[in-house]
Write a protein that binds this ligand. Structure first.
Ligand SMILES: [Zn+2]
Length: 99
């Protein structure tokens, strides 16, 4: 489908989604702010939202993993894991932390 065809189906009040190509009502298309010629249908907007959330979650997991590694290193370097009361608690936490 050409760019002109995706922008609007000639005089029908419909447009094509630039992601999946589905022809839908013009009002149902979400237009990009800096590229208003690009319209996406609701399904593709939801799909892209899920992709963005997955990416953000992986970035957050990576940061949490790094923070946990730093804390683990600090605990080990200070020998807190060998102390009588706090040591077993820290070891238990280390075994059950998901990252
Ligand atoms: Zn679509």
């Amino acid at each position: 489908m050409s760019a002109e065809a995706k922008t609007a189906v000639a005089g029908s009040g419909e447009g094509g989604c630039w992601c999946c190509g589905r022809i839908t009502a013009e009002e149902a298309l979400v237009r990009l702010e800096n590229h208003p010629e690009v319209g996406l249908c609701a399904s593709c907007v939801r799909f892209l939202g899920r992709r963005a959330r997955d990416y953000q979650a992986s970035v957050m997991r990576s940061r949490l993993r790094s923070a946990a590694e730093w804390v683990r290193g600090e605990v080990m370097s200070r020998g807190w894991h060998e102390r009588p009361v706090i040591g077993p608690v820290l070891l238990w936490i280390n075994r059950h932390v998901p990252w």
